[in-house]
Design a protein around this ligand. Sequence first.
Ligand SMILES: [Zn+2]
Length: 271
Amino acid sequence: MNLPASPRGGLSGTMELIDTHCHLDVAEFADDYHPVRQRAAAVGVSELIVPAVDRAGWPRLLELCRLESGCHPALGLHPLYLERHRSEDMVELTRKVAEGAVVAIGEIGLDFWEEPTESVRRRQLELFEAQLRLAKAAGLPVLLHARKAHDQVLAVLRRLRFPRGGIVHAFSGSRQQAGCYVDLGFAIGVGGTITYQRANRVRSVVADLPLTALVLETDAPDIPTATHRNERNSPEYLPEILFCLAELRSQDPHLVAATTSRNARALFQLS
Ligand SMILES: [Zn+2]
């Protein structure tokens, strides 16, 4: 990837970026989330969406978003942590949503990566549906986590006539599946995976989709870019994803930054 000579200096003040999926609340950032947030702001990251994985993490996540400027909470119950979730958690989630505490429900979805048993699949599906129904009733978008389950996720969204859209986080499906999500009002989350040359399919999918269907994300501390391989990922590296996406699409990075940020603002109704 060819970065401009000074992406840091070149960005500040001229481009606004939104990290639509950043776990700034997790233990990996416990000692330095504030300086990380400041460094991200210095390279143009004006807003971050901070998604949850389980109820135990909600209080800290909400507190962090209260303390740090431009950080917006999404609460939800992640499909991979079924054993941590309790039925009361849906009651609490409903209460938090009613309080107006969140900009989205997430991250939620289906994860069939490790080929779970039929009963685990069914429990994932029940949890996913319950949260989609809550989001639908509240008029909130959702942050989707879907691995080896795009067709099943799409089927549920269609069956529930989910109206509000959201983001398919860390998308790695086909062009055809991406098109189905876009038709349902979803944006495709573009992250560090695209900086790896071997990621041929996802690189060609994000190059081909309309820019109005894309948003940027780091998924920090996970999914680092190629230049930070094996390091802790950070929202301050979001410009690398921007420049890579602009290069793959042969578009001006300013246009890509402005459009993806506008897409994210519209989705989460950020002022
Ligand atoms: Zn995540």
